[in-house]
Design a protein. Structure first.
Length: 708
């Protein structure tokens, strides 16, 4: 690839990332406008569940960031890790305050504790994110100004403790102001720090080439939208904006987690490639060294200029040769070893075992030995040495001593530690992690994947993720997913998959392609969370909000929504709609004579008969008690509502068998039709009610059509 091609690819990548940021911001703002009128009333139980998930996510992100800090000493991750750990504690407290058990011990009530503890958590993280950039800006280019880890952790712990004590002893003031447009103005304080952090990281510019900074910017955008477009407009606990803000908070955590995982995985791949390159280089050097040993002069020339520290020790322990590279590795000149002034065992780290000392002193062993051990250089620096020692014989087989090659493998050891950290993080991740090759064949799954899906790693490796396919999604769903992934973009969504035993489950997935330097997709990384229980809870809440618990019919709210929608459709067409208002005659007598349980059973049977009398696309709803409404749409002949009304009269007049006893009721029906004078819900209901009243006045068990 030419330099110009590299610049073009870099420019395209920068443009794509800017587009991601703009699209993310636009989607969040558009979502706020579209969802602000949606009524989603949550509960303390749902809130606690979401905050427990947020606590676990924050703990995991903080731990991952600190692993990155301690393995690479990147100061940015120290502050991000400390911020997320402190935020995890505050999120946990935010979840705890919703338990009624703790209320008597708090100086403030839940309506004050919940929003103020939310604000404390968001402000704490926002400040730490801003500080992580501010200190980079202050000390950029200055490699000597490393932060004191103990100081950062102490400050984080003290700040968290002070907040806990504050909430325990101080009565909290009013938080929400319903009389103004921005009900929660204090939410703009963390928003300010998030905005400063976002501007800072965009100014820093690492998002152009660094995966973690790219995902961090996306997280800051989501966090800023949460604090400016959603939570400030929440006027009560657990309303739509409140619930969406909590979901977006966890989304921002997940974005940081994805950035960390991708960054660690890329580092792992780079180290793996470098190790392979070094291994091949070592084999090549060994072959060349064997060829050059035919000549002593050639050997000395190569030995003097080799990158490794070589030495040859005679059978009596005297040094015959030490390569100049020893000074670069140990800080001591070759002559110091040759004269005996410095011995190798004197350089060993106190952490090494006696076995290493014994090997270095044992000259006459006939075995080739490979050891890794640590030394302390003349400057006091600890380095890892890869030591290979083998016996030397002349052509007659006489033992001439031992030749040793010592290589500085400090970087390799650090890489192994980082690889171990990555492997450990993936292994213990609370989310499912799946890595595939470019063709979609599974290369890695973590234990959480096996726990959720039932597929052991040994069975899943080499297979395609289609083994989880449930058949619940159309082909267009997967086509759209792959259309996104093949462009190099991340696909995020929810889908239904199938476990090994055939059981279906819901999961929230984020799938990201891993591209090489040329932009070619090499692998895919999927981070997934099982959300089956969440989906069941959502379904339960939806049914409770929209359907009658006794009959299973649409309740008043859902019926009115469908009625309003039908009136809007009717206004744009020539088709008519009819609204029937029904009241069961003599239901009170059944209730009084047979009991309330029998009355409930009669209502359920009556609801079933009503549904059998109407068409598939008509709607029956229970308004309460023995009052029902029926919505008829899409008819052009008056005989249709007349026939349906007659069927209702006939069916409901038939005897009901209730717990082995026979009971009879009838039904009075009032019918109103849409017209220019009755094109809104209230007017149409009023007309149907008038007609129902007339039906009852004229002896019941009849239908009356409203006439103006």
């Amino acid at each position: 690839m030419s330099a110009n091609d590299g610049k073009i690819d870099s420019f395209v990548r920068h443009g794509n990332r800017i587009a991601h940021y703009l699209v993310t911001a636009f989607v969040l703002l558009a979502g706020q406008l579209l969802l602000r009128h949606v009524e989603w009333q949550g509960s303390s139980q749902l809130h606690t569940l979401m905050e427990l998930a947020a606590t676990l996510l924050a703990l995991f992100v903080g731990a991952m960031a600190l692993i990155r800090f301690f393995s690479q000493r990147d100061d940015q991750f120290l502050y991000i890790g400390a911020g997320f750990l402190g935020t995890a504690l505050l999120d946990g407290y935010h979840a705890v305050v919703t338990y009624s058990y703790f209320q008597p011990y708090m100086p403030s009530g839940m309506p004050y504790l919940v929003p103020w503890s939310w604000l404390a958590s968001r402000l704490f993280l926002a400040i730490l994110m801003f500080v992580s950039w501010l200190l980079w800006f202050k000390h950029r280019g200055d490699m000597t100004s490393a932060p004191k880890t103990k100081t950062v952790f102490t400050a984080t712990a003290l700040a968290t403790l002070c907040l806990f004590l504050f909430f325990l002893v101080v009565p909290l003031p009013r938080y929400s102001f319903e009389e103004v447009i921005v009900h929660r103005p204090f939410e703009l304080v963390p928003a300010m720090f998030l905005l400063l952090a976002l501007i800072g990281y965009l100014y820093k510019g690492d998002w152009r080439h660094d995966s973690f900074d790219h995902w961090l910017v996306l997280s800051l955008i989501v966090g800023l939208a949460t604090q400016t477009a959603f939570m400030p407009f929440s006027d009560q606990l657990y309303d739509t904006e409140f619930n969406l803000a909590h979901l977006l908070k966890k989304t921002s955590y997940l974005l940081v987690l994805i950035g960390l995982l991708i960054s660690l995985y890329q580092t792992y791949q780079q180290l793996r490639a470098e190790t392979e390159k070094r291994r091949r280089g070592e084999l090549l050097l060994l072959e060349r060294a064997e060829a050059l040993t035919k000549s002593e002069s050639w050997f000395r020339a190569v030995a003097d200029y080799t990158h490794d520290w070589e030495y040859w020790v005679a059978p009596d322990g005297k040094m015959l040769y030490v390569s100049p590279a020893c000074e670069r590795i140990t800080g001591y000149a070759a002559q110091a070893f040759m004269s005996g002034q410095v011995k190798i065992e004197q350089l060993l780290s106190p952490l090494e075992r006696m076995a290493v000392v014994h090997h270095l002193r044992e000259i006459n062993t006939l075995e080739t030995t490979e050891l890794d051990f640590r030394i302390v250089t003349q400057a006091g620096e600890e380095r890892w040495i890869g030591h290979v020692c083998q016996p030397i014989y002349d052509k007659s087989g006489q033992f001439l001593g031992r030749r040793a090659s010592n290589r500085d493998i400090t970087e390799r050891k650090l890489a192994e530690l980082q690889t171990l950290a990555l492997t450990t993080a993936l292994h213990f991740s609370p989310a499912m992690v799946v890595i595939t090759d470019a063709s979609g064949n599974i290369e890695y799954v973590n234990p959480k994947f096996a726990e959720v899906t039932g597929f052991p790693a040994a069975e899943a490796l080499g297979k395609n993720p289609r083994i989880l396919k449930s058949g619940q999604h159309p082909d267009d769903f997967y086509a759209q997913m792959w259309a996104t992934l093949t462009t190099g973009a991340t696909w995020t969504g929810e889908l239904i998959n199938k476990r090994r035993d055939g059981e279906l489950y819901w999961e929230s997935a984020s799938i990201s392609p891993i591209l090489d330097e040329e932009g070619v997709i090499k692998r895919y990384v999927a981070v997934k969370q099982e959300i089956t229980e969440k989906k069941k809870l959502e379904e339960t809440l939806y049914r409770q909000a929209n359907f009658d618990a006794l009959t299973g019919l649409p309740n008043r709210n859902l019926f009115h929504d469908r009625l309003e929608l039908a009136l809007k459709k009717a206004a744009r067409s020539t088709a008519q709609l009819a609204l029937m208002m029904l009241d069961l005659d003599y239901f009170k007598e059944i209730n009084d004579s047979f009991g309330h349980d029998a009355g409930d059973e009669l209502l359920k049977q009556a609801a079933e008969r009503m549904q059998s009398c109407i068409r598939d696309f008509d709607t029956v709803g229970r308004m309460g008690g023995d009052e029902f409404m029926i919505l008829l749409e899409g008819f052009s002949e008056m005989r249709i509502p007349q026939e349906i009304a007659q069927r209702l009269l006939d069916e409901l007049a038939k005897p009901f068998v209730i717990f082995g006893r026979e009971g009879r009721v009838s039904v009075s029906i009032g019918v109103a039709f849409s017209s220019p004078q009755a094109m809104d819900k209230d007017a149409l209901k009023k007309q149907a009610d008038i007609a129902l009243y007339q039906a009852k006045e004229h002896g019941r068990n009849r239908v009356v059509f409203f006439k103006s």
